[in-house]
Write a protein that binds this ligand. Structure first.
Ligand code: CU
Length: 113
């Protein structure tokens, strides 16, 4: 019985350690960050490639309201007024198409490696 209890404690400790190693650690400043502007009804730069784990922040610099909306539903910003931002951290590699829900011709793709 005691052996089984010790094994259980060791397993719990191992799981906790594994979780802490996997958890993001924003305090160490290691999270890569990139910014994408929204200007003149265009996402700038028009396309971007980032490493998995990158936090991407969009900034609306237009007088017009815009959104950042994933075509596949991975993320969706609220309506962004001028100067407002929206951030999303990309953890899985892939090609993420997105657009502005208010002006659907505003399209871009973000590639995560
Ligand atoms: Cu828009």
């Amino acid at each position: 019985m005691k052996t089984r209890l010790l094994a259980g404690v060791a397993l719990a400790a191992l799981l906790a350690l594994t979780a802490s190693l996997r958890a993001p650690r924003p305090s160490d400043g290691a999270t890569p960050e990139r910014r994408i502007g929204i200007e003149h009804f265009t996402f700038l730069p028009p396309a971007m490639t980032v490493q998995a784990g990158t936090k991407v922040t969009w900034v609306n610099r237009d007088e017009e309201t815009h959104t950042v909306t994933s075509a596949a539903g991975a993320f969706a910003s609220p309506a962004l007024e001028k100067g407002e931002t929206f951030s999303y951290t990309f953890t899985a590699p892939g090609a993420y198409s997105y657009f502005c829900a208010l002006h659907p011709y505003m399209k871009s793709t973000l590639t995560v490696q």
